[in-house]
Design a protein around this ligand. Structure first.
Ligand SMILES: [Zn+2]
Length: 566
């Protein structure tokens, strides 16, 4: 995976585009966490901060007008070029799309691929829709791709990918105007097709990419499949090009899509939900008619009671719901951006994974992608990492730490491995308990203390050698009391590798009464198999009491002596 160097190089000079005499970065990444970015996309109509939601505006039936969207804070909207072509072609071509819609921000036009997916055919050609988007003055335009849809047979999926790629290549012999062009990635649930399509799209000079036809997948809450699809596409697309996710309009899954590298979303959900009387909240959807309270303080809800909403004329209530839904989306996107800046996107993902079992399934799926997510995760973060339960132990920082212990450390000069449970405070090396232990060990061993490797087991990071105590997040993390019991299993699975990584002759294990002894069992087994000495010490009092530590030190001394004699 070649993410990190490119990610860190994504400064002001990401992708340069000649505009008059000035070179400007088309997409600039300001902050990143996991594969999520806070960025700035330059369009002809100004900068759009990403991640951004582009509300879909139906030019023929506006529930919330483009002007209102601008006032609410939306700097980009989406409109269907195919509908415009069929209903207002002359007007749009002569006056331009911005004037017709009355929107001064960036306008992205979709090509009609959605109509193709729903109706099976469209009454236009790929060339005509490209030409129309150029004439309309679209800021971000999409080729007429052929959506794979879901479910689709392998042969259908293959045909849609081939035809989409053919149309993508053909674009570059047409007049493309000044729009930024989107290269959609098709393939549906056929992940190797998604991967191939992404690779070939990446080789063409598109400005952005999009993951095509995930609508049915998201409607059916198959978020784990969405994770697979994004993970198949993302590593093969240039990081300097923003990734759009079509039809993702629910705040519940923004953090998930952003964590997998999506920068832009579009959706008509705010309006569709409003028509069905559905009230979005950041973790799901409620039925407006069954609400006793409006659990929101947006500009709409703060001026309304639930009774007033119920008594409103239908159209007015729909408008109120639509605007509320948009405010909820905006608020969640702000939360996602702030989480990226603070390096807490994983924590937001964990919180959202409780919104719905399907979101939980998606989080479990992410565990398989830790190497990919690690590549986008900063080495050090302004804030400590929170570990809530076993699922937190899969966060990329923990994975990176374990990888480093395995790859970087060599314990060849050590003769004895001392495994200790987590001391009561962090950093471990500065805790009273460890200082006292080192003092007692020094009393017994003197200069031979350097022959001992001390490792803390049952931490949320796995095994923490004391010399890595200052490496993020060994000291910079918070975990609830009792997590050691769940963390024991992770350490147990690593202990044999650790023993093999050194020239150890013996292992001493210090037991903490509330633990199950999994690390003990794993270490004992490894020592027996390798013919190494092993001693476990299970003190009656606290393991950190002066007496326990004195006894531990003399045990270590004895075993080291034996090991040296052997
Ligand atoms: Zn509200």
């Amino acid at each position: 995976m070649s993410f990190s160097p490119e990610l860190s190089a994504l400064g002001a000079s990401a992708l340069l585009r000649r505009r008059g005499l000035r070179w400007t970065a088309l997409f600039e990444v300001r902050h990143h966490d996991l594969l999520g970015r806070v960025g700035r996309l330059r369009t002809r109509r100004g900068v759009v901060e990403t991640p951004a939601l582009l509300p879909v505006v139906n030019p023929l039936k506006q529930l919330v007008s483009p002007q209102e969207l601008w006032e609410m804070g939306f700097r980009a909207i989406m409109v269907n070029a195919y509908l415009l072509l069929k209903s207002m072609r002359e007007e749009v071509e002569s006056r331009g799309i911005h004037e017709v819609l009355g929107f001064e921000g960036a306008i992205m036009t979709d090509s009609g691929a959605y109509q193709l997916l729903v109706h099976g055919k469209v009454d236009t050609t790929p060339e005509e829709i490209v030409e129309f988007q150029v004439k309309a003055g679209s800021d971000v335009a999409v080729i007429l791709d052929v959506p794979t849809g879901y479910p689709a047979s392998r042969s259908v999926a293959e045909a849609t990918v081939d035809e989409t790629l053919r149309r993508a290549r053909a674009l570059f012999s047409l007049d493309r105007g000044e729009a930024l062009w989107v290269g959609p990635v098709q393939g549906g649930a056929w992940l190797n097709l998604v991967e191939r399509c992404a690779r070939e799209m990446a080789s063409l000079p598109f400005d952005l990419h999009a993951l095509g036809s995930p609508t049915r997948v998201m409607e059916q809450y198959l978020f784990d499949l969405l994770v697979d699809m994004l993970a198949a596409a993302k590593p093969h697309l240039p990081l300097s090009r923003p990734l759009h996710l079509f039809g993702a309009g629910h705040p519940m899954m923004f953090s998930l899509a952003v964590a997998l590298g999506c920068d832009l979303f579009d959706s008509a959900s705010y309006a569709l939900y409003a028509r069905q009387g559905r009230y979005m909240v950041d973790h799901g959807t409620l039925r407006a008619e069954s609400l006793k309270y409006l659990p929101c303080s947006c500009a709409v809800c703060s001026k309304l009671t639930v009774e007033e909403l119920r008594e409103m004329p239908r159209v007015e209530a729909e408008r109120a719901l639509a605007k509320h839904n948009l405010y909820v989306c905006l608020a969640e996107l702000k939360r996602v951006k702030q989480a990226i800046v603070e390096g807490r996107l994983w924590e937001l993902l964990e919180a959202r994974s409780r919104s719905h079992p399907s979101m939980g399934a998606a989080l479990r799926k992410l565990r398989e992608l830790t190497p990919l997510l690690e590549a986008g995760t900063p080495i050090s973060k302004p804030k400590g990492a929170f570990f809530h339960d076993a699922s937190s132990m899969h966060r990329p920082e923990a994975y990176r730490f374990r990888r480093r212990v395995k790859e970087r450390l060599s314990f060849n000069h050590r003769k004895l491995l001392l495994l200790i449970p987590p001391p009561p405070s962090k950093p471990y090396t500065r805790s009273k308990a460890v200082k006292r232990a080192l003092k007692e060990l020094h009393e017994v061993l003197k200069d031979e203390l350097s022959l001992i490797e001390i490792c803390v087991y049952a931490t949320p990071l796995g095994l923490v050698p004391l010399e890595l105590d200052e490496v993020y997040p060994a000291s910079q993390h918070e975990a609830p009391r009792g997590l050691e019991v769940e963390a024991e299993g992770v350490s147990a699975s690593e202990v044999a590798d650790l023993i093999d990584s050194g020239g150890f002759e013996a292992v001493v294990y210090l037991h903490l009464p509330r633990l199950r002894g999994l690390v003990h069992d794993a270490a004992l087994k490894a020592c027996l198999e390798r013919g190494l000495g092993f001693k476990a010490y299970s003190p009656k009092a606290s393991p950190w009491s002066p007496r326990s530590l004195k006894e531990l030190a003399s045990l270590v001394g004895e075993l080291l002596k034996k090991a040296k004699e052997a």
